[in-house]
Design a protein around this ligand. Sequence first.
Ligand code: SF4
Ligand code: SF4
Length: 402
Amino acid sequence: MGRLFAVEIIYRGIFQKTLAKNISRGIVLAAHQEGKPGISFGRYGDSPERNGIPAKSFAIVATDELTLEEGMAKYEPKEVDISISVDDTLCKGVESWAWYGLQPANRLLKPNGTMIVTSAQRQEVLIDMLHRKQHPYQLAIIKGTPSFSGLWVYKDDHTDVRILGAIAKLLPDLFSLSSIQQAIRDEWNNELKVTSAQRAYERAETVTVQPSQGNPETPFSFEMPKWWEMREGVTIPAIPVGKPMEGGKGYVPERNPYFKKYTTRTMRPVIDFDKCVKCTLCWIQCPDSCFDVTPDGLYDANMESCCGCGVCEAVCPAKECVTMVREDAFEDNASQWEMWRKDKPAYTTWLGNKIKSKDHVVRSHGFRFRGQYEEEVTKELEQGGVEIIAGIPGENAKSKQR
Ligand code: SF4
Ligand code: SF4
């Protein structure tokens, strides 16, 4: 029996679809250079794939045809040699329509397997976000800003080949540097991409993550209905009417108890309640009915249902009242209003630390104007290009310029 290799790429639906495809395809093409058969396939985590919702692609490679056939007989790999998260906020865990509850990003990793993450963050920040595993594993960071584009546009910032070059170093039995370089030449005919793969190969290094390190939380899960509990016919209950928050005041809308959506988010709104003029616009415009109306007439975004679209920041008329902040700056989904109500000076300090840090608030939301991606890849390709944040709608966009 030969050896089977499995690699998964966890990506954000639509925004990183082409990126994930390039990586899984590149793996198989490089392995082909060495006579190893393999296949790459996309697997919608969500159906149909949606903006930002975590999804997966896989590459399966074997040392011979028979072993590959055996590997392909499974719907998807049960364990992988390498798991790649092409956005660092995916390290918090992933939820989609096809998985039930929250899956740790490193869940399928074999003992001592390698987690590759594209991130500008320090390794400690990523380790704290990743769920604990029972066995040690390796963590490698591809330094740079996570690459986001769209279904019809692709930002060729070399993230794909940088990851492929790193794989050649971290799992040389899968393919060598020269094989991936040849595959890049055949596929893209671009010597600059070949050089980027080589640099990533030279720089790739890992740190061992021990079972005692990482996020200790038990991932969100729920009991699946038993077949004998199912009702006759196909009926989907409507979302019930919400209820008051406390003392007959305020309003909490009902929400889907199974599909939480919060792992869709790469940024979240932080609200300065002292600046809120109670105009109701965020509450009305939020596409996910995230806002609870508090008994004192303020609006508290529920962090379990917020998908991080940024609409509330864009519509809020009060200066610096709502600011979108990078998701990796937070450790939980606690209510901001509860925090503010309990200790206002402490909340003001907490809020200031989040929204005044450029590291926290600067993040590209993707394609905004024609020519943006060409501008982004003109320099710092070894970091995956530069982020352009001009054109982000919202009151606070100006203050986010680096
Ligand atoms: S970012 Fe704001 S508008 Fe968008 S889902 Fe979250 S709370 Fe709603
Ligand atoms: S849009 Fe801004 S000012 Fe208006 S209710 Fe929401 S947070 Fe308050």
